[in-house]
Design a protein around this ligand. Structure first.
Ligand SMILES: Cc1cc2nc3c(=O)[nH]c(=O)nc-3n(C[C@H](O)[C@H](O)[C@H](O)COP(=O)(O)OP(=O)(O)OC[C@H]3O[C@@H](n4cnc5c(N)ncnc54)[C@H](O)[C@@H]3O)c2cc1C
Length: 390
């Protein structure tokens, strides 16, 4: 495997200039000798599902910054329970058994090709943009999972922990540490006036109550300068001048949206002010007939949630299957009836330790043991792995 542009092929990848000839049997039985190429950029939950669903209907190429999918809703738990880390990480090659994987960052897109960080060019007939957020995770999964074990070791060997950020990651991590290691002094610093700003006020207050009941010191409307972290020497000064002593810190602030690579591309005018891709009701990028977008990157007015990203992926996979089928039947250029996506509301759930959770339902907020039964014990690991058939 080469560094930089690591290719983990399940079949050899062709260069963009080579003809795209089908050497496989089309499971739809259409008998065509030529498969169109669908390039999916981003291997989070939405991109992985699209790639998996289409792999027997097209020549699928998945481009991701890393060779694996890390289940975001389980990663916080791995810090206190590193034993589940091997389940929270899924190699793309494990579910993409009839496609190609390019491990690289996409840095640009033209009318016909995706350009990668190492200068590679991958031609496409159809493109699916699924680069929700950018992550700084390692490119190659370390199957000793030492990353998770070292985070756990650091946390276990400390007597005081600072968590920066009071969104779902920060709250879940603080609650996991507080309930597993009640003897540790946990401090959570959050810039907002309430925790969990992405859901209702009540949910944030319930999470705050829960954390304080477990002796977590929660400081609201304060920040820690992230640039000062390397020189902290165990003493962290907040924007309000408070000094916090902690043996270890965890940064749990939002990752930036993964759309900077589109800024100089043919899709630059399809980005809104927040860097989201504007899509139509079929989840096609507005004004484009062969480019779709799914997951956190789209400009749909709904919460950014994995459960909704999965719904986007299912619609796009269905639409692409219909378009590919239409072309195989010689209906190229003719109108194919596409499925529509309706923005939806899903339950938002943040776990609080291993038993409780706070859940935002459409008309009410619940907290405690009952919502905890749904998410908390195994953080949807089995369900997510089942989705990708691993
Ligand atoms: C701690 C935490 C808990 C959560 N809990 C829940 C929950 O319980 N339920 C729920 O529904 N949602 C939850 N979410 C939200 C959910 O994780 C996201 O909505 C979902 O992961 C979005 O999926 P996605 O496919 O859009 O992209 P992402 O998961 O953001 O993945 C994007 C992928 O694209 C890759 N990428 C980015 N830029 C490039 C590039 N230029 N080139 C190549 N690859 C690129 C990234 O490496 C990544 O693999 C949680 C999130 C967090 C952080």
């Amino acid at each position: 495997m080469e560094a930089g542009n690591q290719l983990v092929p399940t079949a050899p990848i062709r260069s963009a200039s080579e003809p795209i000839l089908c050497t496989r049997v089309d499971s739809s039985g259409s008998g065509s000798g030529r498969w169109k190429r669908v390039v999916v950029v981003g291997g989070g939950i939405s991109g992985s599902i699209v790639a998996k669903y289409l792999q027997y209907h097209a020549d699928v190429v998945l481009i991701d910054q890393k060779e694996y999918f890390e289940i975001p809703w389980a990663t916080m738990r791995t810090t206190v329970e590193p034993a589940i880390a091997d389940k929270a990480v899924i190699n793309h090659a494990d579910y993409l058994v009839n496609g190609n994987l390019v491990v690289a960052s996409a840095v640009g897109v033209t009318e016909t090709e995706v350009v990668t960080s190492d200068g590679g060019r991958v031609g496409y007939d159809y493109l699916v943009v699924a680069t929700g957020h950018s992550y700084s995770s390692p490119v190659v999964v370390d199957w000793n999972l030492s990353l998770f074990f070292s985070a756990n070791l650091k946390m276990r060997s400390s007597s005081s922990v600072l968590i920066i950020g009071g969104g779902p990651s920060g709250v879940e991590l603080a609650s996991d540490i507080a309930s597993n290691y009640p003897e540790k002094k946990v401090t959570l610093v959050h810039s907002g006036s309430r925790l969990l700003g992405f859901i209702g006020c009540k949910a944030g207050n319930k999470a705050l109550e829960w954390l304080r009941s477990k002796n977590v010191d929660v400081l609201l409307e304060q920040t820690i300068d992230l640039n000062s972290l390397p020189d902290s020497n165990g003493i962290y000064i907040t924007s309000a001048g408070e000094a916090i002593a902690a043996d270890v810190h965890f940064v749990c602030v939002n990752n930036p949206l993964g759309s900077s690579w589109l800024q100089e591309s043919v899709l630059s005018d399809r980005l809104d002010k927040r860097g989201q891709l504007m899509v139509d009701e079929h989840l096609r990028v507005k004004g484009r007939s062969n480019i779709f977008a799914v997951g956190d990157i789209v400009d749909i007015h709904e919460r950014k949630q994995g459960i909704l990203a999965q719904r986007h992926a299912a619609i796009v996979a269905k639409n692409l299957k219909a378009m590919l089928k239409g072309e195989l039947a010689g209906k190229e250029g003719k109108e194919v009836k596409l499925g529509k996506y309706k923005p939806s509301v899903a339950i938002a759930m943040v776990s609080l330790g291993k038993k409780d959770a706070v859940a935002q339902l459409p008309f009410t907020t619940m907290s405690g043991f009952l919502p905890g039964l749904i998410k908390t014990r195994e953080v949807f690991l089995r369900k997510t792995r089942k989705l990708l058939s691993v």
